[in-house]
Write a protein that binds this ligand. Structure first.
Ligand code: URA
Length: 467
């Protein structure tokens, strides 16, 4: 067989061996896997061997592996399959199946690296026009297996990929698989390089620096062919200083992905005032679909009571203030009746953006998922810590989840509570009262809600007296 991944050669050999009824122990495969007992034997020495699709797929992948035992292992698999073990691959504990699975995994990983880390450089062709050339060093014989990805992605370009194990050449219509290449024809640098570096530097977030994860995902051996990696050592060295700079500015930190978590990563440099935290929240992208702006908490620091709702609604998103829509108005009425001064209380939400689905001109409220609530949680806990209310009131189940990290039905949690951020109280969300269809039930629920608010008022008064 040929060096590398010779699927056709292996198939020919298998046909011959199976037709001659040679068991695995009767075959000697060359140690380097480049030839078999049969050398360049006749092309059709036996009829095709019918194998389950899963087996055929595994063979296709594993012949790409560099391990010299791969052909022997694969022939073992073929032999056992045709002897009746047609579901052999389902037996993950079988030592042969286990070894083959590891080989296949290595191939999948190598393909992923080639797809992700190969970089083309542009060269001018002497006859005019441009060509893109890349040099890559895969661990296994995966060049042909990787080709469909590049043809699909870069169909309109003319390109060549050179590797020590073979090359690919695409002229816009035809793919030619060629012999191994060397680094020579791939230019070390081009005008795209500067662009790649600038792009990478602009996407690098020092608050998310994790060099271990970075090396695991993008091993150092690929760096020398990737223009953007030239910036990594400097970016890593300067990360701390850049992070400090971002915090000093204390403003719209560019935390586009997973912002609350990224802020949490900076916990040792966490904002020390509500204003600083609010600037970070306001500068971050929503983690729910919909709302354009963050609706921030509102009220005095050190308030007697902080009310935590679910998320801003349509009106709140428009006005930019919490609890100003129908549920807010219902809450205002109840607060008045319970003797709680809104202007001396603090109001905020578990989720800071309005999650909605557009339906015609209307924006339909969507409940945040538990995952979304947890994404926002660090901000809420930090906010309560900085706002320092005497009592925290969770309005509804989303607020309970955000304040405790656990989902608990309101019926079970209702009443006094000890949140990790301080003493609290759990009651229903005012929107729940609005949704009750039956007037009698609504009246009863409202009365119970008022009774809860009066308890909250007394709790806050007792804490103030005790202080
Ligand atoms: N519902 C909430 O949970 N919060 C608001 O700000 C408005 C309605």
């Amino acid at each position: 067989m040929q060096p590398g991944a010779d699927l056709a050669g292996f198939r020919r050999a298998v046909r011959a061996l199976v037709s001659a009824r040679v068991p695995p122990e009767g075959v000697v495969w060359d140690a380097d896997g480049s030839a078999t007992l049969f050398g360049d034997g006749p092309a059709d020495t036996g009829p095709p061997v019918s194998l389950p699709r899963r087996v055929a797929g595994l063979i296709e992948a594993v012949v790409c592996h560099r391990n010299p035992e791969r052909y022997a292992l694969l022939y073992d698999l073929v032999w056992r399959t045709i002897q009746g073990e047609r579901e052999l691959l389902a037996v993950a504990s079988d030592p042969l199946v286990h070894r083959l699975a590891l080989l296949r995994k290595a191939i999948a990983r190598d393909l992923h690296k080639m797809h992700a880390f190969l970089r083309f450089r542009r060269i001018e062709r002497p006859e005019g026009g441009e060509r893109f050339v890349a040099w890559f060093e895969p661990d296994h014989f995966i060049v042909e297996a990787a080709a469909p990805f590049f043809v699909e992605r870069f169909r309109a370009m003319r390109w060549t990929i050179l590797t020590p194990a073979g090359s690919l050449d695409w002229d816009g219509e035809h793919l030619v698989v060629g012999p191994p290449g060397d680094h020579g024809p791939a230019p070390a640098c081009d005008d795209f390089e500067v662009g790649w570096q600038a792009y990478y530097e602009s996407t690098f977030n020092p608050a998310r620096l994790n060099t271990t994860a970075m090396r695991a995902e993008m091993p150092k051996k690929y760096w020398h062919n990737m223009p953007e990696t030239a910036a990594i050592p400097l970016l890593v060295r300067s990360a701390r200083a850049r992070l400090d700079g971002m915090l000093d500015k204390d403003a719209a930190v560019p935390l586009k992905r997973d912002p609350a978590k990224a802020v949490a990563a900076m916990a040792d440099q966490a904002p020390t005032s509500l204003e600083a935290l609010n600037r970070i929240i306001a500068g971050s992208h929503p983690m729910v679909s919909g709302g354009q702006r963050a609706v921030l908490g509102e009220g005095p620091v050190g308030a007697a009571i902080a009310f935590v709702g679910e998320q801003p609604g349509d009106q709140e998103d428009i006005v930019g203030r919490p609890f100003v829509g129908p549920a807010g108005q219902m809450l205002d009425r109840a607060l008045q009746q319970a003797g709680i001064d809104r202007s001396r209380s603090y109001f905020t939400n578990a989720v800071k953006h309005f999650k909605f689905e557009p339906r015609g001109k209307r924006r339909i409220h969507q409940s945040p998922t538990a995952g979304e609530v947890k994404h926002y949680r660090w901000w809420l806990i930090k906010e309560i810590e900085l706002a320092r209310p005497a009592v925290v009131v969770a309005l509804g189940a989303t607020a309970v989840l955000a304040l405790t990290g656990r989902s608990t039905p309101i019926a079970r949690a209702r009443g006094k509570a000890a949140f990790e951020c301080g003493p609290g109280f759990v009651t229903v969300h005012p929107a729940y009262l609005l949704r009750l269809p039956d007037e009698t039930a609504r009246q009863a629920a409202y009365t119970a809600f008022l009774s809860d608010l009066r308890q909250v008022r007394d709790m806050a008064a007792n804490r103030a007296n005790a202080a």
